[in-house]
Design a protein around this ligand. Structure first.
Ligand code: SD4
Length: 331
């Protein structure tokens, strides 16, 4: 069984060249400084993703280029089993990907139910830049990708195929696993990334293989602008992770950004979106949802339903994994 801690930690560390001791335990955040640029991203696969984003961001580059480069790291890493190549398939054994991207001008692009393409975020960016649309789905998204030079690849790795066959044989059915501390089995962990560059331009990206063993055709919150990702270049941005159905029903990241507009800090804005879920969704306690936000001052924060959601932060002087505060606090 691949565990979240083993596969993500291994791949993150391999890419970033980091030592295990340095990043083995996340801590609660006391934001030390908020000078630009800043990049934040969900979960510990965010550590190597942030490093890749920093190559652009730390050299005076554009936040949009940095978030695309950043999330391409877990997309291409077969050890990250919840994003891109090597992602857990749907109930029929197909890897279907969702992704979106948004910039400080409010431009947005998205792909849903995309198969055979390793880097859906880059297709989403082309949708944004080359078409009059925001979202392309399924076959149309694949055709668009192929017409624009992307190559068809096999995304289901032997390891994921073996696990899927076992899952099918055991008739375990679909369940939305909660990513809580010490939980070993992993079936969802999107990467959402937000970055603000030294010119104050804020962009975001979100990419996932969605919930493991989902019903064929299922699309989650991650490619939905306002659900999995929202950016307002004058205010800030937010990304979501966890059970997408809860995020879609409450338009979570749009809500987070609106809360920041009304004056809340990123963490308190994320808390409001979690509280909205808690008020509106009767069985929310059986799910995990985490929100991560960054405002135009470079302040960031997060909040989640269950303890266990963490996020990676990188600035010129700080780089670490931080635990989000949780609504269902530890006893
Ligand atoms: C989805 N929100 O497809 C995604 C899964 C996820 O952390 O974020 N997992 O519902």
């Amino acid at each position: 069984m691949v565990t979240r801690r083993s596969f993500i930690t291994k791949s993150s560390l391999a890419f970033a060249g980091l030592t295990l001791t340095k990043y083995s335990s996340a801590k609660y955040n006391f934001q030390k400084e908020n000078k630009l640029p800043v990049v934040v991203s969900t979960w510990n696969h965010g550590l190597p993703a942030n490093e890749a984003a920093w190559e652009t961001l730390g050299n005076g580059g554009y936040s949009l280029d940095s978030v695309e480069a950043g999330v391409r790291v877990p997309e291409g890493d077969p050890l990250v089993i919840t994003v891109g190549y090597g992602g857990i398939p749907d109930a029929k054994g197909k890897v279907t990907l969702d992704a979106c991207i948004m910039d400080e001008k409010g431009r947005a692009g998205s792909v849903t139910y995309l198969q055979h393409i390793k880097h859906p975020v880059s297709v989403a960016r082309l949708v944004m830049e080359k078409t009059p649309h925001v979202m392309l789905s399924g076959k149309g998204a694949l055709e668009f990708a192929l017409e624009n030079g992307f190559e068809k690849e096999k995304l289901l790795t032997p390891g994921r195929k073996k696990e899927w066959k076992k899952w099918k044989k055991e008739k375990r059915g679909f369940s939305s696993k909660i990513n809580i501390e010490n939980q070993l089995e992993e079936n969802h962990d999107t990467i959402g990334m937000l970055a603000i560059d030294d010119k104050g331009r804020l962009s975001g990206a979100c990419t996932t293989s969605g919930m493991g063993y989902k019903l064929p055709g299922r699309v989650g919150d991650s490619p939905i602008i306002g659900a999995g990702l929202f950016v307002d270049g004058e205010i800030g941005g937010a990304v979501a992770t966890g059970t997408g159905e809860l995020v879609m029903k409450t338009l979570g990241t749009f809500l987070v950004v609106e809360m920041m507009r009304s004056g809340k800090s990123p963490a308190r804005a994320c808390e409001e979106a979690v509280k909205r879920i808690a008020r509106k969704i009767p069985d929310y306690q059986n799910h995990q949802v985490g929100f991560l936000a960054l405002n135009v001052k470079g302040e960031y924060g997060a909040y989640c339903i269950q303890p266990g959601f963490n996020y990676a932060v990188k600035t010129a002087s700080f780089s670490d994994l931080v635990d989000a505060e949780a609504w269902l606090k530890k006893l």
